[in-house]
Write a protein that binds this ligand. Structure first.
Ligand code: FAD
Ligand code: FES
Ligand code: MG
Length: 279
């Protein structure tokens, strides 16, 4: 069993959990993820390692409530345990001194961007970070990102905090003004990563995205996380999760993300009904 030793609400729909998992914490590398099972009969879901502490033997996960499993996860508290936490999975991020790197985090994507920006900064890069959310109440970790960035730009879609608009607008401006940018890392909703990739393409700047396809085993066995990158079939769990955003077949990813929409909606309604009956 994997014990939750601390829980923090980062915003109304996003929870941070620090979990005892010494073997994973010892091996964890930037950009990797775990597969979690919240209860004995639960499905498996992938969550990125937002941080880890090898000495303490803990990993930190940041999860946004979007459906049954993430709602169930948000009901757990410090002291509770979960039956399965498998990892670290996936290939680590490429960390080198590239020069100037723009890190873009959208919504809950801010959490996986943080350890990457930190590692790139430690490797000697100049870090420009753009972080965005739909509104002020969905923003978190501005302080953490500021601490690892030479420049930080914050956006909200509705203008309730900082600059009004979406992350692609400042991203374009940075690329126009700073010809030294050698790499962009964009993590967030798939639609955001697609538009970041479209924004950077005319500038010819290599753009890395972390794909969030549906996963089951997380070890390359089930084929569930299949995507097409540069015309070749790739499995996000073992060949990724990071890929060249200019090569991703985004329409295929969107279509495969929606495959179980009806079942997911039905499952959430059922779970909420049961919660109300037990309340
Ligand atoms: P559901 O209602 O079942 O699904 C909502 C949507 O989430 C679906 O339409 C689908 O697009 C996606 N989804 C559903 N099941 C899965 C699944 N088994 N695997 C992947 N996506 C699924 N979210 C975070 O909040 N924080 C993270 O750090 C994070 N890291 C991720 C890392 C990777 C490598 C991947 C692939 C996804 C990551 N996600 C992360 C997304 C997270 O896994 C999904 O939000 C979660 O699985 C949704 O499950 P649900 O039952 O709550 O929602
Ligand atoms: Fe099964 Fe990737 S999750 S092959
Ligand atoms: Mg689900």
């Amino acid at each position: 069993m994997y014990k939750i030793i601390a829980k923090e609400k980062l915003c109304p729909v996003v929870d941070l959990m620090e979990i005892e998992a010494p073997a994973i914490a010892k091996k964890a590398k930037t950009g990797q993820f775990v597969v979690v099972r919240v209860d004995e009969v639960g499905e498996r879901i992938p969550l990125t390692l937002a941080d880890w502490n090898a000495k303490k033997g803990t990993v930190t996960l940041v999860a946004m409530q979007v459906g049954t499993t993430t709602y169930k996860l948000s009901c757990l508290n410090a002291g509770d345990s979960m039956p399965d936490l498998i990892g670290p999975l996936g290939l680590p991020s490429e960390i080198e001194n590239f020069g100037t790197v723009v890190c873009v985090g959208g919504g809950v994507g801010v959490a996986p961007v943080y350890p990457i920006a930190r590692a790139l900064r430690q490797a000697g890069n100049r870090i420009i970070t753009v972080m965005g959310a739909r509104s002020k109440d969905l923003l978190f970790w501005e302080d953490r990102l500021r601490s690892v960035s030479h420049e930080l730009i914050v956006t909200t879609d509705d203008g309730s905090y900082a600059r009004k608009g979406v992350v692609t607008e400042p991203l374009k401006e940075v690329l126009e003004r700073d010809k030294q940018v050698s790499r962009v890392i964009a993590i967030g909703p798939a639609i955001m990563m697609k538009f970041c990739s479209l924004t950077t393409k005319p500038f010819g700047v290599r753009t890395i995205v972390s794909l969030n396809s549906i996963m089951v085993d997380g070890t390359g066995m089930c084929g569930c996380c299949r995507v097409s990158v540069g015309g070749a079939t790739k499995f996000v769990c073992v060949n990724g999760p990071e890929f060249d955003g200019h090569q991703v077949d985004w329409d295929l990813l969107f279509a495969r993300q929606r495959i179980y929409c009806d079942e997911e909606r039905h499952s959430l309604e059922l779970w909420k009904t049961r919660q109300c009956q037990h309340a």
